[in-house]
Design a protein around this ligand. Structure first.
Ligand SMILES: Cc1cc2nc3c(=O)[nH]c(=O)nc-3n(C[C@H](O)[C@H](O)[C@H](O)COP(=O)(O)OP(=O)(O)OC[C@H]3O[C@@H](n4cnc5c(N)ncnc54)[C@H](O)[C@@H]3O)c2cc1C
Length: 435
């Protein structure tokens, strides 16, 4: 037994983790473990991939095929998105949807049906999954796609590992000309202005806003909106950039120890936020940036989760529909700024419609989505319970991949109960929520 936690370091449990290296080892694991949960790289924040018995897919990490004409890649489920980038970028392809870290597995991307900064235009990961092989509780590997084993295909995308172990998958990549992003960064003084900018620039492929969640009054929601498009070869040729298809650097820095819990407080977060907002002098900046800092600014620190201290943190990500969304966001942000807690990372995005080829447990729904980190302490759970009531009031829901504390009642009121799975696959989360 080892002490294991996911990215938020909360909860942390004693569990037995095994790492099969092949389909036959995986089948053997399944036949000898009556109950377990698959786990990728542990980049969900809470307890979605925690259980007493954990089946890690990290050693199922082989590339199986790459059709360079069609941009279709077939890999085992434990391959990291960072490794897919290394293969596809030099061939002028990019991930069609990518979360804020590249250190997740292909299996984890499918099981959480991850979204990126382009959901409003291009949808979630589900849109680009062509097929996958799933090991079910019957010990057989089934090929699932929009034509074969359709129910399992749908139930597994966003199904949080509860339908079986994804063994391998084929996904459609997106063509690019360079590895650079043409970025437009615009400062907004408050929430009304920011939401106006989201509307005005809705045709941009990528959009995300960093929000200062401690500001109140007329400056509540002061923010920087970052828009982006993949840069063309012509654009990059005009700049002093030597390698238009350069890859991300492997270099990462490490925080030497978990920060003492008092390090992040109202004062230090306010200072960080003022510096972050102040680093851009002009109202609008247009430039070209590499995909790595644009999509994965935090990956430069390999263990930034230790900033919140040993007790860890909870990421709270909710979505609320556009109707009444502005009012809802104002009420929720007011409550957070009043509480004086909150994170230096509050990220607002917009979602397009949900994909019908995904599980009822999948998160994206048309509307706004805001993600914030809260350091675990005595007060924080009561605050999050209050925020839940506001999310409920505005017809929203929480992202399971970030959750570690939602109540069964709240879950039942916000997600459909149209989800069945074998009891062999269970996580702490599925047990807590009665899934
Ligand atoms: C810094 C950071 C930024 C992030 N940004 C975003 C974002 O912008 N958008 C977003 O959507 N998410 C985001 N996430 C969350 C992350 O993308 C998801 O939680 C993702 O599922 C993690 O994948 P993983 O490989 O680490 O899997 P884990 O965290 O280990 O598992 C996640 C879920 O997938 C299941 N699973 C994993 N592998 C398999 C498999 N082979 N078969 C069946 N089930 C499996 C697990 O059971 C679990 O339910 C972010 C996380 C971090 C740390």
């Amino acid at each position: 037994m080892d002490k294991i936690s996911n990215w938020g370091l909360f909860p942390s449990i004693l569990a037995k983790e095994s790492s099969p290296r092949s389909v036959s080892e995986l089948k053997n694991y399944l036949s000898t473990n009556p109950e377990f949960i698959p786990r990728g790289n542990g980049r969900c924040y809470g307890d979605s991939s925690l259980a007493k018995n954990i089946c890690s897919t990290l050693k199922l990490n082989r590339f199986l095929a790459f059709n360079q004409e069609k941009g279709i890649i077939h890999c085992e489920s434990g391959v990291l998105l960072s490794d897919i980038l290394k293969v596809c970028v030099p061939k002028k392809f990019f991930l069609p949807v990518t979360p804020g870290t590249k250190f997740i597995t292909l299996g984890g991307a499918i099981a959480s049906n991850v979204h990126g900064k382009n959901h409003h235009k291009e949808g979630a990961f589900s849109q680009f999954v062509i097929s996958f092989e799933l090991l079910t509780n019957e010990g057989i590997v089934l090929e699932c796609s929009r034509e074969k084993n359709i129910q399992l295909f749908r139930g597994t995308i966003g199904g949080m590992g509860l339908t079986g172990v994804i063994v391998s998958a084929s996904i459609q990549l997106k063509p690019i000309e360079t590895s650079y992003i043409k970025q437009k960064a615009i400062k907004a003084n408050g929430l009304d202005e920011l939401m106006g900018l989201f509307d005005q620039y809705q045709n941009y492929t990528y959009s995300v806003a960093w929000i200062d969640c401690l500001k109140s009054g007329k400056n509540m929601g002061r923010s920087i909106l970052m828009l982006g498009e993949h840069a063309s070869q012509n654009e990059i040729e005009a700049l002093p950039i030597k390698e238009p298809l350069s890859l991300h650097s492997e270099k990462q820095f490490k925080i030497p120890f978990a920060f003492p819990s008092f390090t992040l407080n109202h004062l230090t977060i306010s200072i960080f936020n003022a510096l972050y907002y102040g680093k851009q002098w002009k109202k609008e900046v247009n430039n070209y940036v590499h995909y790595n800092p644009y999509f994965y600014p935090l990956d430069i620190l390999s263990n930034w989760n230790l900033i919140y201290g040993k007790k860890g943190f909870v990421q709270y990500q909710f979505a609320i529909p556009f109707e009444n969304g502005k009012e809802g966001m104002k009420e929720i942000l007011s409550r957070i700024s009043e509480s004086g807690t909150g994170s230096f990372l509050a990220v607002l995005k917009t979602f397009g419609s949900a994909d019908s080829f995904s599980s009822p447990l999948s998160f994206p729904m048309k509307g706004y989505t805001l993600a914030l980190d809260f350091k675990v302490n005595q007060k924080v759970f009561a605050l999050l319970d209050e925020l839940d009531l506001l999310v409920l009031k505005y017809g929203g829901k929480l992202y399971l991949a970030k959750d570690s504390r939602m109540s069964k009642e709240f879950f039942e009121r916000t997600y459909s109960d149209d989800f069945k799975h074998s009891n062999q696959f269970n996580s702490l989360q599925s047990q807590r929520l009665g899934i």
